[in-house]
Design a protein around this ligand. Sequence first.
Ligand SMILES: Nc1ncnc2c1ncn2[C@@H]1O[C@H](COP(=O)(O)OP(=O)(O)O)[C@@H](O)[C@H]1O
Ligand SMILES: [Mg+2]
Length: 313
Amino acid sequence: MELGHVVVLAGGLSYEREVSLRSGRRVADALRALDVPVELRDADAALLDALGRDRPDVVFPVLHGAAGEDGSIRGVLELLDLPYVGARPDACRVAWDKPTAKSVVRRAGVATPRSVALPKEIFHDLGAASVLDRIVDRLGLPLFVKPTRGGSALGASVVRSAAELPAAMVGCFAYGDAALVEQYVSGTEVAVSVIERDGEPVALPAVEIVAPHGLYDYTARYDAGDTAFITPARLAPEAAAAATAAAVTAHRALGLRDLSRTDLIVDDSGEVHFLEVNVAPGMTETSLLPRAVAHAGLDLGTVCRDLLLTHLT
Ligand SMILES: Nc1ncnc2c1ncn2[C@@H]1O[C@H](COP(=O)(O)OP(=O)(O)O)[C@@H](O)[C@H]1O
Ligand SMILES: [Mg+2]
């Protein structure tokens, strides 16, 4: 069977709109290079009418941020009976909520930093100062604070002293209603992309991220130059194998589909710590999944086309 009409969905109204547009263009170009007819569309008020008028064979959602990753857009595609690439809505919802994803992945046997999730209201109800003191007593320092749901490290920061914690919480609440306060893990940060081949999740080589100040933040991510990416990651063979196994475990335990990217830190003893998993991984020129695909000797367009083809009915 052939792909006659594919819609790549990118943009949307999240903080990550610009990144998504770049990811969408990259996927569309890679598919067009293989003569796959692609229409690139934004997730806006005109979308549903357009999809109804001219039904695509398959949709490739490349939307980051809430609607793209919490399953809601995919739920709408299911209402329209349109096949699409990527995890189903239920699985997206679990993966999108970092504390929930951490519990699922921990139960499947992968370590994840000790943490506490604090919605804004609890924090205010119980009194910020007393909650923060107990966090530091219990989890120690340094800590890492980030929104429970979100992406691109927006609202995320390292806390090295108790005095820095309040500002980190405020910075976090600017991007989300709940904060995840985690023990800071030092070591080698890696991202492992997983692509399904014949229904089996296969991990690509781990990509190591060396960010300028140790924080792979928004600027470090999308302004190429400062951050170094090393593929394959400089890990001992056992640690590299443990990292790729952890990503496959996360993909399976969370019930994901087609593709995912798991963010991990491998500490100095070689233990792998799960941070989060992305159901709509970045696809820009500087993004991690395209780097892993290239390193594995694969072509991004071919990988995307193969995933689309599995959904042709
Ligand atoms: N517990 C942690 N210890 C050390 N660094 C962390 C920790 N959690 C996150 N980071 C850093 O912050 C970045 C963003 O965190 P992540 O959980 O991947 O969220 P997102 O990418 O959705 O913003 C990571 O790539 C990593 O550099
Ligand atoms: Mg991440």
